[in-house]
Design a protein around this ligand. Sequence first.
Ligand code: SF4
Length: 324
Amino acid sequence: MALLEVKELSVVYRTPFGIVNALNDVTFNIDRGESLAVVGESGSGKSTLALAVSRLLPPNARYVSGSIMFDGINILRLSSSEIKRIRGTGIFMVFQEPATSLNPVFKVKDQLMEAVRIRYEKEGNAFDESKAINEIMSVLRDVRIPDPELIIERYPHQLSGGQIQRIMIAMGLLMRPKLYIADEPTSALDVTVQAQILKLLRDLKREYGISILFITHDMAVASIIGDSIMVLYAGQLMELGPTKSVIYEPRHPYTQALLSSIPKISKDEGKLPAIGGTVPNLLNPPTGCRFHPRCPYKMDICSKVIPSLVKVDNTYVRCHLYGQ
Ligand code: SF4
């Protein structure tokens, strides 16, 4: 049984302008110890997906259909107090903006200590401060924080973005979650720190056996962190498969377009290709295939019939060019 099984998930937002169809019929699994990178432009629904899986959607959002099974439990059926028990020690979320992740008025030590305290409580163990400090030091070393004894005495404003992201990842490790959800955790960091954090997450996945759902708009980042890649467009799953297949044999025209717009330093290709048009307004998404207004392979059927998700070799693709 997969750790996370999301089936036919659809989510909408109620807004003053109407209903926004943010996620439509999204299905995927994440196995234990595996990572899935979710890629898409702004407005593709990837952050909604991360929030939906953690049951952190804002009050104007509504689950329309589908199920989310986490470790054998349908989390859409849990009460708020039951879901709180899963957050942190079951599913841990690292957000995009490091500066807003930690509480500004508490030292790092107090915040990490609180994470250990919560885990002890959930495990039914009495809190032991000296044991907790040893654990914190060991995890801070695992996430390659230099001088952890000094860092834990600091307040968040005294740390860099890269240090805060490492501390957030350490906090997750202290809570021992089964699933890390990371929503663009490196996009606010410079490229060198971004590469270090990605390597760190990959190493931790191997060492701790955690599963990762990693949200990014960057196909290059997805190819580094994901065992599999899922491409979302306008709230629909367009392609899902092992990273090698998606990167080297992309089937869906949108995946192909995303890949061709990555700059290559090995050769001068002149003007970088861009995907024409813009992401559709999800208040009134295109009929049929949501990518049809921008697709160079568009056929008559594309604007009339929603393509089904079909399996092509080891990849799932939603496109009329495949299947029947
Ligand atoms: S279904 Fe049609 S419009 Fe959509 S990606 Fe495939 S070919 Fe393009």
